[in-house]
Design a binder for this molecule. Sequence first.
Ligand code: ADP
Length: 496
Amino acid sequence: MSRYILALDQGTTSSRALLFDHGGAVVAQDQYEFTQSFPNPGWVEHDPLEIWESQLRAARGVLAKAGAAASDLAAVGITNQRETAVVWERASGLPIYPAIVWQSRQSVSVCDDLRRRGLEEEVKRRTGLVIDAYFSGTKVRFILDAVEGAQQRAEAGELCFGTVDSWLLYKLTGGRIHATEYSNASRTLLYNIHERRWDDFMLSALDIPRAMLPEVRDSSGEFGVVDAEWLGGEVPVAGIAGDQQAALFGQGCFESGRLKNTYGTGCFLLMNTGTEPAKSESGLLTTLAWGINGQVEYALEGSVFVAGAAVQWLRDGLGLIETAAESESMARGVPDTGGVYLVPAFTGLGAPYWDERARGVLVGLTRGTTREQIVRAGLESIAFSSRDVVDAMVADAGLSLDCLRVDGGACQNDFLMQFQADILGRRVERPAVLEVTALGAAALAGLGVGFWRDRADLEASKGPTTLFEPRLGAGEADLLYRGWQRAVERSRDWAE
Ligand code: ADP
């Protein structure tokens, strides 16, 4: 009798492996960091073999910790840092270039070229994305240009491209399977999210040979079998999703209008919009959430660049607090900020403003302003920026919203979660298991092999949720939010 699902959570700085039992609880976990390379300003690269080796080590490590064997596993699920691009030789399984990480800006000139050709609207219409070095397609173009002979070899079918899920699947299955699934494919800039196929127009715009692309499958269902060499026995890989979509699934956001916010360094908001894609008027991305039993669901995605990072700045930049957690007691030490707002537009502003020349401001200071008020303003900024994105999503999707599901490091701050509920005028729900990204991958895999019967079975297995109900009157919340909007105006168009 299989007892566990093994989730592989391949992140930007570490490879993790977690074992989930049938009750959805984490039984054991293991984690290894790997090298970050910055060969030029703005470039970020990983060694694909180090990604693979650290992931395998974590998978073996978590089994050892739990005293489990491959025979205890019903399935493996994979979730991964999205958009990161790997190109390898089909025959040898060796990469031809480092993995170009999602954060990396090395393909900006490829993007400039697409823009010069006036393709912005076309790209958006086909892929749901914007032209940005963030997405995989321009990174693949960069690799094919950087490695001599790569273009011809790719055309001859000798090379494979994959996002990190696809790379891991290839390695896990001993080079037998070259596949990915909807959520990862929809981040490549090469995939038509409406027609659900690799997009000829995009492939030709970037001159990327079709022969190097993985097959796109459902996110849940059998992808292949892990070679017995790796875990001491064969196990099916039965679920895959990119990290943010996996978190949306792990949060149980199965119906349209359901929204999750991950409070990490930045905030990542995704809203399930159901079986129809929503078009954004405010610069949000339209993306595939997942595909199950041949039915896909879509999501709107928006992010806040600086969220938990504002707390880090209060700690490391200003020295106002010693730990991130201390921000909570300090914020509670004052009844309000006394009209102080911090807009942490340190690197510009994302959705819905899209102002790269915006810079941070601290406004409303008086002779009486205290450090408690500044720290509180820092936490409040996270909730205000999240509301900016939520309002844009609700408008774009034309859906009503009853609650916000939360995860990520900073969601442990009860003051912040209460303030978020107050400012949104909606309930905030924090799950008992905060490992929702890994849980999402485990859930897709577990549903794929019948470990969990259906989504309701899975939901029933989750522990108690902490609820934060809005306590502030709508008038008061709107007044505070209007102050935020005025502060944002002061931050805009600043850098020259
Ligand atoms: P990431 O995955 O982006 O590295 P995490 O989900 O690990 O982020 O969350 C870490 C971030 O959350 C940091 O920016 C940190 O400042 C912030 N953070 C952690 N704990 C708290 C807390 N109790 N209150 C406010 N912010 C916090």
